[in-house]
Design a protein around this ligand. Structure first.
Ligand SMILES: O=P(O)(O)OC[C@@]1(O)O[C@H](CO)[C@@H](O)[C@@H]1O
Length: 587
């Protein structure tokens, strides 16, 4: 594995010569080059190193990338936070809209609903709204077509803002690429009397997507360039630090998603607490570096979870996240991303939240009638999943010690009767970790905690300094969410990598051969074009999503040295894919 100091000049992605045709968010990351061969401990260490790139001042290397802490980025955050502050102080007729596609839209939802809840608690007006391309369905499942529709984006924005006289619009597109968001930003720039557009993403403007959008005269880059021009007179803003390539190329759910959360929270929190100076903002941002350190100080235990989850997937089992409060949301988000990212089945990794849609607080409310993927409450877990849970499945509980530990313990006991692979990610808050009624009692005697300690096969405990006031305990919750996101991103990514057995079980075929077979299976051809072979991982994943049994087909091709067609025919000869793979392995 490449340690930071072992990187050579050629490995520095920040050099202009490194994969020059790709934007930062699509480049490969040298730190995770060996990820597919790494053992869980190495894998988590590389993810840690890769995530540490989020916290940068200025990038060297000559390309002039701005980091999260760079003066110009912090200054733009200050400008936008002042606009937020103004709306919070004079909310009448005003709205702050957070919008995005996929992960970006899910984070828009999470932040808008959490801050609205806090505002209600503080007896202030709820001034935030969110938009996700494809509507609330997209919170739980991938909806790709709406992401490409700029007109739909503008229409959704107009609908949400009906009757408003002042709107701060924050459009999130990590890759500066989603036409849905570009359409909204363009709409804002054409209605500056009401709208102030803000673009949040992680590429420089000259790397914004420039591909023509069918049925639209503009490209994302044209929109971003116009915003850059308007930024000079503070009529539009772009917050776009470079945080380095993703651990898996193009998987912006990871670093870019985490930084989106950091940036939105910093904007909203500094505005809410009227701490909108360069120094305060920088301090808030730097606090997240501490969260990163604390989280990855548990690398060994994270690796153990990765191993466990990977073993479940390898055996054809499942991984279930069972979360309380917004940690349930973090689990649901992580699980929902596995389908488009890894071509996983919807049931492979699933998330559940206490109180279901009541806790979600999403605009469209209860969506359980839409199908099994939309059944996300603990009650659904108990009625539909638990009866079928087996020893090969892993169940991971996500909670803080301030949650209802009796409920945690009760559910855990039920799960334990089905599988011993029951684990927990638990957050403790310093002296406040013990529930009130047990205060003063030695921790090991507190009944709920004791039960919890005994019921789980492992508990990954992250301990945070206590948070006495209500407001700062909210900030703590946000940070606990990020820590959980990091842990779960590692678990789901690592587990899928461990599951990706192709290189091992194809009889030790060279990586290039495996890669070639996969490309042929994805594009259903024995003679892939240059364009197919060099497409980005995201494009491969999108195409792979449209066909079935990609990995088994590739495996058959390698084992039998046969064409795509023959491989598919061999697969069809078996009722169960695993049988086909097994017969292939024993042949
Ligand atoms: O770049 P953006 O506009 O934020 O994300 C666009 C997107 O297609 O890419 C992500 C995959 O990594 C998805 O979460 C999302 O749907």
């Amino acid at each position: 594995m490449l340690a930071a100091e072992a990187l050579t000049e050629m490995d520095r992605w920040e050099m202009p010569s490194y994969e020059p045709r790709l934007p930062v968010t699509e480049k490969s990351n040298p730190r995770t080059r060996e990820l597919d061969r790494a053992r869980p401990e190495q894998l988590v260490r590389s993810l840690r190193d890769c995530d540490s790139e989020i916290f940068q001042h200025l990038w060297g290397g000559g390309a002039g990338y701005q980091g999260l802490y760079s003066d110009s980025i912090v200054q733009t955050i200050v400008h936008v936070a002042k606009k937020v502050e103004d709306i919070l102080k004079n909310p009448e007729g005003s709205l702050i809209v957070l919008s995005g596609c996929g992960t970006s839209g899910r984070l828009a939802y999470l932040l808008a609903t959490s801050f609205n809840r806090l505002l209600t608690g503080l007896k202030k007006e709820r001034v935030l709204a969110y938009i996700i391309a494809g509507g609330d369905k997209a919170l739980l499942t991938s909806q790709e077509a709406p992401e490409d529709d700029p007109q739909l984006g503008a229409l959704n924005l107009e609908q949400v803002c009906t009757g408003k006289s002042r709107v701060l619009f924050i459009g999130i597109s990590c890759g500066l690429s989603a036409p849905f968001v570009a359409g909204q930003l363009d709409f804002c720039m054409n209605h500056l009397d009401v709208f102030t557009p803000v673009l949040l993403g992680f590429n420089p403007v000259d790397m914004a997507r420039n591909e023509p959008v069918p049925g639209w005269a503009l490209t994302f880059r044209a929109v971003a360039e116009r915003m850059l021009e308007m930024q000079k007179t503070h009529r539009a803003f772009i917050i776009n630090p470079a945080v380095g390539p993703e651990p898996i190329s193009g998987s912006s759910r990871m670093k870019a998603g985490s930084t989106t959360k950091i940036l939105l929270e910093t904007l909203l929190w500094s505005a809410l607490t009227s701490t909108v100076t360069h120094r305060d903002v920088l301090k808030l941002l730097k606090n997240y570096e501490h969260i990163h350190r604390v989280t990855y100080s548990q690398s060994e235990q994270i690796a153990a979870l990765v191993k466990q989850a990977g073993a479940s997937l390898q055996k054809g089992g499942h991984v279930y996240y069972v979360g309380w409060g917004t940690l349930g949301v973090i689990g649901i988000i992580d699980a929902s991303e596995c389908v488009p990212t890894f071509g996983a089945e919807a049931g492979d990794i699933c998330g559940f939240i206490s109180e279901g849609y009541t806790a979600m607080g999403n605009t469209e409310g209860d969506m359980t009638s839409l199908g099994p993927e939309f059944c996300i409450g603990h009650k659904d877990f108990v009625s539909a999943i638990l009866p079928n849970v087996r020893e090969s499945d892993s169940v991971i509980f996500l909670f803080t010690l301030a949650d209802d530990l009796d409920a945690v313990g009760d559910l855990a006991l039920c799960v334990k009767q089905k599988t011993s692979n029951l684990h927990a990610v638990a957050h403790a808050f310093g002296a406040y970790s013990v529930p009130k009624e047990y205060e003063g009692m030695p921790q090991h005697l507190a009944p709920s905690e004791d039960r919890i300690n005994r019921v789980f096969a492992s508990i990954l405990t992250i301990t945070w300094p206590r948070a006495p006031e209500e407001e700062s305990s909210f900030l703590m919750t946000l940070q606990v969410e990020l820590a959980t996101k990091w842990v779960l991103n590692a678990v789901s990514t690592g587990a899928h990598i461990l599951k990706d057995i192709i290189s091992d079980c194809s009889g030790g075929c060279a990586a290039e051969l495996c890669h070639g077979a996969l490309i042929r299976a994805v594009y259903s051809t024995d003679q892939p074009t240059e364009e197919m072979s060099t497409a980005s991982l995201t494009e491969h994943a999108q195409t792979a999503n449209t066909c079935s049994k990609v990995v088994p087909t590739a495996l058959m091709m390698l084992r039998w040295k046969c064409s795509v067609r023959e491989a598919r025919a061999r697969l069809q000869g078996h009722m169960i894919i695993r049988d086909a793979v097994e017969s292939c392995l024993t042949a």
